[in-house]
Design a protein around this ligand. Structure first.
Ligand code: PHE
Length: 342
């Protein structure tokens, strides 16, 4: 019995075969167990000899099984190691990482700079009613500004009598929404997407603005000028900037001014702070009393300034990019060229 099982164990080729041998030899109904059952029929003298011998046999077989099992496991591991080698000296395969879009980066920078001057962030919907986008801002239905804005109107089915909605043409409706819910005084910016049917080197149908609004008892144009100068200096990281305030007209501000920044386009690259060109970056002015009224703020008690700045415009200037459209083409070669993508 001993020789039979020890030979079988030595010859077992895998763990399954070994397990079968274990069951046949020392399992509950194995041959050793059967022999043990016979002990009962023996005389005490015989039992004293056979009992320990059987136990010793069982131990010996178990030990042989364990040793063989360890051997088989080692062999299996060797086999796997031979198949699954890894050359750690091979150069790695790199994966390209996504990056934050330059417009998003600029929006975050702008927000941080205004936050330092005490402005918090307000938000409004990109699809808004023509009340918020126009009427409340003192732009009545017949006003030429509506046509000038190249507005995208939302489609309505015949018989749908809800007020017309538009893709907001500017961030100014957020002025109304903010004052309506928070009243005066206030100091907020509202960055976001705006839409106009316009397309050329410096215009895309979707673009970004940041609205500014500061309302208090004695806020003036002087405060506006200081805030804008501080902003431009911080944003372009320069000690001096040249801004040009041009008298202008917006229905929702009185007086109004447009602000340009000195730049040059020499050699196809856009440079800020030098040259003979000016790039318009924002419209601004003192909030019209009617606008305050429409938003539920008493114009006899409160006054303040508002501005709407083109985020894409200042991003073009910051990165020296002459064609705005490239920002939204998602052309990886272009993004990589300017360091906007890995
Ligand atoms: N909403 C104006 C525009 O988009 C800009 C502006 C905002 C002007 C606030 C004055 C005050 O052109």
């Amino acid at each position: 019995l001993r020789d039979k099982f020890l030979t079988l164990i030595a010859d077992a080729s895998d763990e399954a075969a070994l397990e079968a041998i274990r069951v046949a030899a020392v399992g509950k109904k194995g041959e050793v167990a059967l022999k043990m059952r016979e002990l009962g029929k023996m005389t005490p003298e015989e039992r004293q000899v056979a009992g320990p011998a059987l136990n010793a046999l069982k131990d010996e077989i178990n030990a042989a099984l364990a040793a063989k099992k360890a051997g088989l496991e080692d062999a299996a591991l060797d086999e796997r190691l031979r198949g699954e080698w890894l050359d750690v000296t091979l150069p790695g395969r790199t994966r390209r990482q996504g990056t934050i879009h330059p417009i998003s980066q600029v929006t975050e920078e702008v927000t941080a700079i205004f936050a330092d001057m005490g402005f918090s962030v307000a938000e409004g919907p990109q699809i808004d009613s023509d009340w918020y986008n126009f009427d409340a801002l003192n732009i009545p239905g017949h006003h030429p500004a509506r046509a000038e804005m190249d507005t995208f109107y939302m489609h309505r089915d015949p018989g749908d009598n809800r007020p017309p909605h538009v893709l907001r043409t500017h961030t100014s409706p957020v002025q109304i929404r903010h004052m309506e819910t928070h009243g005066a005084p206030c100091r907020v910016i509202a960055p976001g997407r705006v839409y106009r049917a316009d397309y050329d080197q410096t215009h895309t149908p979707m673009f970004h603005q940041v609205e500014g609004l500061a309302i208090d008892r004695d806020i003036s144009m002087a405060n506006l000028k200081w805030v804008l100068e501080e902003f431009v200096k911080a944003f372009f990281e320069v000690d001096e900037v040249e801004l040009r305030f041009r008298a202008s007209h917006f229905p929702f501000t009185e007086p109004s001014a447009e602000v340009d920044i000195r730049c040059s386009w020499e050699g196809g690259a856009l440079k800020v702070g030098e040259g003979d060109d000016w790039l318009e970056i924002l419209g601004s002015g003192m909030v019209h009393p009617k606008v305050l009224e429409n938003a539920g703020v008493d114009p006899n008690e409160w006054q303040g300034f508002a501005f709407g700045m083109g985020i894409d415009r200042i991003a073009m200037l910051k990165y020296g990019i002459p064609d705005l459209r490239a920002f939204f083409d998602s052309d990886l070669r272009w993004l990589r060229h300017y360091g906007f993508a890995a």
